[in-house]
Write a protein that binds this ligand. Sequence first.
Ligand code: C2E
Ligand code: CA
Ligand code: CA
Length: 687
Amino acid sequence: MAKIKEKTLKKLKRKSFWPSIVLFLAFLIVSFTIVFAGIDLFATYIIGSKLTGLYEQAMDTGIMMERAVQDGESIAYGLDHVDHYRRDPSDIYVTDSVGNRVASTGDSAPLFDQGFEWTLGERCRIYKDSKWDYGQEALDDIEDIFDFHVPELADRAFDRAPMGHGGNTMRSRWLQESIVEQQFWMYVPVSLNGKKLYIKCTLEILRQDVIYIMALGGVALILLLIPLIFLFINTILNIRMQRRITKVLYMDPVTGGNNWIFFQGYAAKMLGSVWNSRKTYAMVNLHMERYTNYLSCYGSSQGEELLECMDGFLRARMKRKEVFGHHSRADFALIFQCEGDNEEQCRNYCYLRLRSLLAELAGLQPERKLHFHAGVCMIPPVEAETGKRFIKRKNVDVDQLFNFANTAQKSSHTDAEQIFFFSDRMLEEQSWEQWVEDNMQNALSAGEFQVYLQPKYTPTDRRLVGAEALVRWVCPQKGLIPPSRFIPIFEENGFIMKLDDYMLSKIAKLQAEWKVQGKKTVPISVNISRAHFTQEGLAEHISQLVDGYGPKHSLVELEVTESAFFDDKEVLIDTVKQLRAYGFPISMDDFGAGYSSLNSLKDIPLDVLKLDGDFFRGEDEMGRRAIIIRETIGLARELDIRVVAEGIEQREQVDFLAGLGCDMIQGYYFAKPMPVEEFEARVAADA
Ligand code: C2E
Ligand code: CA
Ligand code: CA
């Protein structure tokens, strides 16, 4: 595939919704992380502020104790005093400097071996209580006693709804309810004559604390959800758009089915996969013959309808793991999976399947006769490599495979034969064609195309009365190349126009030179390919070309093949009339080969009729064919057309034709095509 096309396709195929999906997911993850981290942070903050409150409360008590002791009172008095004045009396525990109990209230004590530092603005020490149940989770790490999990808190907060008919009071009581309590001891740094003071605190988390935390989290979540929803909608729209692009990219505008781009991609993947590499496949080019004629007869919309119909037909006949697509005009590409144990069986399978497919296709429109051809390129399985379990077909070139199938398809020339398999010979032919195309222009400039002349003799007195100019490609590397090897290629690519002009000017020049040199001149015919008749102003063009050298027009005869008569009869007749008006004799070449029509003799003003060499070859030497030859010559004479018999190799043929009044004979019997110098010598000898 061309690089630019490949790039554009890649761009279109790239799934543009992936960035949206990634962004959406990333945003989702980030949003939730932020919300949960925020909730956690907020919870920690609330717990922290509660602990600070407890610390301040403990400090107040401590200072109260300190004052009492400084006033000279005993610790016991201090405890009573504090107990009396504090709003919220809590247990107090006093030890001496080494940790022995001095005095205490309550029935529990701090566990001095389970304490830790806690930072509440200032650092303070916290100890577990000897009697409080901290639950299973807080057993490993002492600090975990303040580590409350938000989901657990939420669970507890909503374990019961506000009940009863108390209205606001009920609700506020419900909100004020403590859902988590944690008891611990806090060391209070006051001076008590060398004693240490510990106060028991209770951390309470109320239902409303949790509800605050949850509400804040909810608000944050809603705020983050808005862009998230927007992103979500954007992603959905992107996916839908991508689907549409893919559909447009892979849908054939004519058939509505798979197009070539889809086929290429799918086929490459299918053929190159590990699972399919050991199977035999066949690439088929299914081609409808004379589609252009169909379009001219029934119009382009009917033509498109037919292709659509073919698409539906093929869809119904393809199996799983097979694919097809519309290539161009009336060509479809198909890939069959072939069944069989060996190449022969696989080929046979493919042939039989195609045969029934083509037969069915021909009857697709009962009222019209449709013709189909198929070219097949077999795709052999990949040989198993020792030691490797998985093998893949490497470098699957779908274009190349289709080209091979197409080459095979084009090698079919008759309606009777319909299925052709690609072979190495075709590949050679293809590379030959390429060589010819690459070298033709240089060869023309370098004068490698040389004129050979084949004399025409009268059958009775055997005088040399004319000649045909035949081209030979004398190539320095490949030697002498016969026209059959390159003329069909030139006719296909249009280079024949240049070559014919070249030959025409060579003959015009020769005739002019012979005239100047006072040599004997005979009319020489030049082949004008049918492709020339599409050229506007052909008659003037030829006339100007010849006039460039100045020979008499009657010495330059123009040979037109009969097939040219089928292209555009009107144009041809018109051009022939003009050429004759310029004085060029016209001969119809290869009469009797292929589609002969005596009718054309009536319509086209001719000077010479060239009977094709095929007339004189084969079994029925002088039987039925002899009658046709006799009648054709008779008819031509009546119409005042001279007859040249081509390809005459035997004396009996010459005698037979002499008897019928044939005007000239061109064939190996008299002479093969020869270089100009040799021809000049022959003419001189004949004079
Ligand atoms: P064509 O115009 O029918 O030319 C006659 C062909 O029959 C020539 O083949 C000639 O060598 C061959 N031939 C003549 N007598 C005999 C014979 O007794 N037996 C056999 N077996 N063959 C004989 P050639 O030269 O190979 O040319 C083949 C074709 O190539 C020509 O067929 C013509 O169609 C085309 N061609 C050759 N030169 C030119 C050219 O300059 N322009 C165009 N447009 N076509 C050319
Ligand atoms: Ca000819
Ligand atoms: Ca001929």
